[in-house]
Ligand binder design. Structure first.
Ligand SMILES: Nc1ncnc2c1ncn2[C@@H]1O[C@H](COP(=O)(O)OP(=O)(O)OP(=O)(O)O)[C@@H](O)[C@H]1O
Ligand SMILES: [Mg+2]
Ligand SMILES: [Zn+2]
Length: 335
């Protein structure tokens, strides 16, 4: 974990804690004004803590007196709960509502970092990496199936129906996503919506609170290479993040150069995530024979054996959209 991500996470958790405490104070003010019986008990509870100080200072019969005070305190709190209930409030209305009850939003539990802090630091690191992807997150709602009307697949099937099946699969995949979800290979020609649908999945899975990393294979590989060969001194560990995130999206497989380092890194990513049963979504313009041609068998056999294949068909939507936006410009180019 990079110290700066940890620091950002700690400050975010500090904000959560302040927010929870402020909200609690506001509730105390509200209830003290509305329910005088509770205001009185709260005053007594406040007095209890002063009494406690006195008992400790006096040092006589300390244990016994503290225990008596504790019981008194407990009864008073039970009374507050039942009064809250009888006034139509939830019993725990005056409890502080921490985002993480385990560490009371301090980020530390038992002298160690709480999981909430580690998760948040990882999320901050992932957001930073994803921001470099320069891709606006797409959504299922902006995916229009009518672009696929009127064209047949190579097998003579209707493209619209084929793409509708893929679209429904992706929607369900995102809706039911878990760390045990299968990996997906999206393949097909350019502009058919592979990146759009994989980013729609990313967007929804991120919303559910999972860690998701998405970028083109080439960008990921360049970053890993820079870190590996020491050109990037930022001390970040992109490869570890890629190996560990809940969902990894590798866009445009096949556009990277053929180098032994890239091949072995791709193998490492695919193999490690498979061994950990973590899902990966790969999109590529290559068909099966292209993939087999470009990559070693130890990579391809893994992809073919374990990934759900989604073959995209249709017109290049990039071109269709350009035509819609600027019909004259494209008309000219067709002459
Ligand atoms: N069905 C669709 N409805 C709306 N917009 C779409 C649809 N399919 C693709 N697009 C848009 O068209 C453009 C190209 O799509 P996308 O980038 O998803 O294609 P791709 O299959 O990933 O292509 P490539 O193989 O070149 O990477 C994007 O701007 C995308 O948002
Ligand atoms: Mg793409
Ligand atoms: Zn915590």
């Amino acid at each position: 974990m990079k110290p700066e991500h940890l620091e950002k996470a700690r400050s975010e958790i500090g904000i959560r804690r302040n927010r929870a405490l402020t909200r609690n104070e506001e509730r105390f003010d509200e209830i003290n004004t509305l329910i005088p019986e509770i205001a009185e008990i709260n005053r007594q509870l406040f007095q209890t803590s002063r009494n406690l100080m006195q008992i400790i200072q006096q040092g006589e019969d300390t244990a016994k007196r503290i225990e008596a005070l504790r019981q008194q305190n407990q009864q008073a709190q039970l009374m507050v709960r039942s009064l809250l209930k009888s006034h139509g409030y939830p019993e725990n209305y005056l409890d502080v509502e921490y985002t993480c009850p385990i560490c009371s939003d301090t980020g530390i539990v038992g002298g160690k970092y709480c999981d909430c802090l580690k998760t948040l630091a990882a999320k901050i690191a992932a957001d930073e990496l994803n921001r470099n992807a320069h891709v606006k997150l797409c959504s299922f709602d902006t995916f229009d199936l009518s672009y696929y009307k009127g064209k047949k697949t190579e097998g003579g099937k209707d493209c619209y129906t084929a793409m509708e099946t893929i679209y429904n699969f992706c929607r369900e995949y995102a809706a039911n996503f878990s760390k045990e979800s299968p990996s997906i290979l999206m393949f097909g020609g350019t502009g058919l919506g592979k990146t759009h649908l994989s980013l729609s999945i990313a967007s929804e899975v991120l919303r559910k609170g999972f860690s998701v990393l998405y970028d083109s294979v080439i960008n990921f590989l360049r970053q890993i290479e820079n870190e590996h060969f020491g050109r990037d001194r930022s001390d970040s560990d992109t490869l570890t993040m890629l190996l560990e995130c809940d969902l990894l999206i590798l866009d445009d497989l096949g556009t990277e150069f053929d180098t032994p380092f890239y091949q072995s890194t791709i193998y490492n990513i695919i193999n490690t995530r498979m061994n950990r049963s973590l899902p990966t979504i790969i999109s590529t313009n290559m068909d099966w024979s292209g993939i087999s041609h470009k990559y070693e068998e130890r990579i391809t056999s893994r992809i073919f054996a374990t990934y759900v294949n989604q073959h995209f068909f249709g017109y290049d939507v990039r071109i269709l959209k350009a035509k819609q936006n600027n019909p004259r410009a494209v008309d000219k180019s067709t002459f």
